[in-house]
Design a protein around this ligand. Structure first.
Ligand code: PMV
Length: 326
């Protein structure tokens, strides 16, 4: 009745921003991501305790934080009645302020550990559907390498899951994360995307960019065409943020340093011919992709930007996996 799983965070190269069903957490469009390593979430689930308990990074969480996980655990209990409560102990080996969606690796590790501990062997797509109910980006973190999220068409969301396009070994890219602010973000991704959908005149136009961008990103990764992937990823990030900035009132995640890093990345590429591109999620930090041989130069230029107080480095990570089960 106990299992431990690892899952890595991921970064979308074609963004998810908007839901077609809020209750079932169904995305309005697909997305495409790169899984990151070596950072990871490690989660142990033990069933059969009197009530649900959540211990995150060594701290027992309050009722409100536990309630979100409890509601999600109900989905597993629906598969196998009589499981009782679950004790969930989860640790991230990367700082929460890193601007990496820790909910992605968290719900992917939780989906894997909790189903295995319950004695359920779900196929990959069903596991991805389950992770998606916790967090949209978590559906992608079950798989390593380069991953596509399919939006699906069914009302029940059983066809809205992620699939691996290429394993991590296909293309080792390096990611440098420029930290441009301290502290937690002010507008969560769910609040930001729902507000964009409700009030931005650019929301529909944004959604229409996604499907062709996914095709282009998938082909660029398959061909290891860095320049093409750079163009697609930067356009998708800027179009997502444009839709959010166009909301009423506008949702603006960027700081001054965010914009300065964008310019630094473009200078690296245009003036020095160094392959690099940026992407930005629902926060102020900038994730810069490059090839491993250029990582040191890229890092040097990024850390020199005023307002960048630190950088983190990542590579392309592998699949989520079970490490212990009994
Ligand atoms: O998985 P959520 O609900 O935290 O949403 C993630 C939203 C973005 O990080 C901005 C984009 C993405 O596709 O990961």
């Amino acid at each position: 009745m106990q299992a431990t799983a690892f899952a890595h965070p991921n970064i979308a190269l074609v963004k998810y921003w908007g839901k077609r069903d809020r209750d079932l957490n169904l995305p309005a469009a697909g997305s495409f991501s790169a899984t990151l390593g070596p950072m990871r979430t490690r989660t142990t689930v033990r069933w059969g305790v009197p009530t649900d308990r959540l211990v995150l990074d060594g701290t027992e969480r309050d009722a409100a934080a536990t309630a979100r996980v409890s509601r999600w655990l109900d989905l597993v209990r629906a598969h196998r009645p009589g499981l009782g409560g679950a004790e969930v102990v989860s640790d991230n080996d990367f700082p929460t302020a890193a601007g990496l969606a820790s909910s992605a690796s968290a719900f992917a590790a939780l989906a894997l550990a909790s189903t295995r501990a319950a004695g359920l062997e779900l196929p990959d797509d069903a596991l991805s559907v389950l992770a998606r109910r916790g967090s949209g980006s978590a559906a992608r973190s079950l798989f390593g390498g380069f991953v596509e999220m399919r939006p699906g068409e069914r009302a029940d969301g059983t066809d809205a899951f992620a699939v691996r396009c290429q394993a991590a070994e296909h293309w080792q890219l390096q990611v440098i994360i420029a930290l441009t602010a301290r502290g937690a973000k002010k507008v969560s991704s769910t609040v930001g995307m729902n507000h964009t959908e409700a009030t931005s005149p650019y929301f529909r136009a944004w959604v229409e960019t996604v499907a062709p961008a996914i095709v282009a990103a998938r082909e660029a990764v398959e061909a290891r065409d860095f320049a093409r992937l750079a163009a697609v990823a930067e356009a998708s990030a800027l179009q997502m943020h444009a839709s959010a900035i166009g909301a009423d009132p506008g949702v603006l995640y960027w700081r001054g340093a965010t914009v300065d890093v964008i310019h630094a990345v473009r200078r690296l590429r245009d003036d020095e011919g160094i392959p690099a591109f940026f992407t930005i999620d629902a926060g102020p930090h900038v994730k810069v992709f490059t090839l491993p041989i250029h990582a040191a130069t890229v890092r040097e230029r990024i850390i020199a930007v005023d307002g960048v107080h630190d950088t983190l480095e990542a590579t392309i990570g592998g699949d989520a996996r079970i490490v212990e089960a009994e």
